[in-house]
Ligand binder design. Structure first.
Ligand SMILES: C[S@@+](CC[C@H](N)C(=O)[O-])C[C@H]1O[C@@H](n2cnc3c(N)ncnc32)[C@H](O)[C@@H]1O
Length: 295
């Protein structure tokens, strides 16, 4: 196997390109080297990732190699997230458009979706839900797809993010049940009432700046940081939510494991009952949910 870069005049097959790129990514400290190489090449060749394995011996054209080389450089050199390079990310099996204006939806956030779905009342009753900080719309869309009787309002302080959420709602066929509103926290929905409030707010601690993976430099600042210990927006959400919830309504928020004790305490201070924690696949607490008394 040659170790020359894919810029030279030789013939490069799919397998050779993947092998070279994986090694290159590993040498640059990228943990998901193999997966990233496959996602980027599949994107350039406009095929499903698994199709690459059937095409290992196929030659990759000079034009495709040039496009691929540019993406590999941005991934390895500038540490641009793969989803920003390909322009999309799958979340809850839904295809979502992603740009630098939105947080790349994380698999961890599926724990939030699962927690809300588990706690929503059953049956066909219409439900009104609020997703604060909707970003790409990931959480709101997943809930809307799973619960056809749910109407969702998604809010965000970023107008650019709301435009992406709108496109994602259209593509996933739920735009008739998703309203998008611009503004901070509960301001865009003042005076309204909801059955459940859900949020994946910014919760990275300012004190962690400088210790974070370089990929985060490419994501919107306001999607990540929230005060010295990361809990400023979480605290505001829990304190203000009861005024917007119907009796028996609930809230579910994503957080960092070390924030769970504070947040469960704030839920009880705000008169929530039935406070629960939800763990991700790695058994770490990533979501707190709670309900108001019914009557
Ligand atoms: C961690 S991202 C979550 C995005 C998306 N919900 C997801 O789970 O992938 C947080 C989002 O909250 C928005 N945001 C930050 N501060 C906000 C505020 N005070 N009010 C409303 N949205 C806010 C950011 O613009 C960002 O889109």
């Amino acid at each position: 196997m040659t170790t020359a870069a894919p810029a030279d005049g030789k013939i490069w097959t799919v397998l050779e390109l993947l092998t070279w790129t994986k090694r290159h990514f590993v040498s640059r400290g990228i943990e998901t080297a193999q997966l990233d190489a496959e996602c980027l090449l599949a994107h350039v060749l406009d095929v499903e990732r698994l199709k690459l394995f059937l095409d290992f011996e196929e030659e990759v054209s000079k034009v495709d190699r040039a496009v691929f080389r540019d993406l590999v450089r941005k991934r390895a050199g500038e540490r641009v997230p793969v989803a920003q390079l390909t322009g999309h990310k799958e979340f809850w099996s839904l295809p979502l458009k992603v740009t630098a204006d939105v947080l790349v939806p994380r698999p961890d956030t599926e724990t939030l979706v699962a927690a809300v779905l588990e706690r929503l009342p059953g049956g066909d009753a219409p439900l009104r839900l609020l997703d604060i900080g909707t970003g790409s719309g990931a959480v709101a869309l997943a809930i809307a797809v799973e619960r056809p009787t749910a109407h969702l309002v998604g809010t965000d302080i970023s107008k650019a993010a709301l435009e992406i959420a709108r496109e994602n709602a259209d593509v996933n066929g739920v735009s008739d049940r998703i309203e998008l509103r611009h503004g901070p926290l509960f301001e865009p929905v003042a005076g309204q009432r909801f059955d459940w409030i859900v949020s994946n707010p910014p919760y990275v601690a300012e004190s962690q700046r400088g210790t974070l993976p370089p990929e985060l430099d490419h994501e919107p600042e306001q999607a990540l940081f929230s005060g010295e210990d990361g809990t400023t927006m979480l605290a505001e959400l829990i304190a203000q939510a009861p005024a917007l919830l119907r009796p028996g309504g609930g809230i579910a928020v994503e957080l960092a494991p070390e924030q769970a004790d504070s947040v469960t305490g704030w839920c009880r201070d705000a008169c929530f009952t039935d406070v629960r924690t939800h763990r991700d696949l790695g058994r770490r607490v990533r979501v707190v949910s709670a309900r108001l008394p019914a009557g």
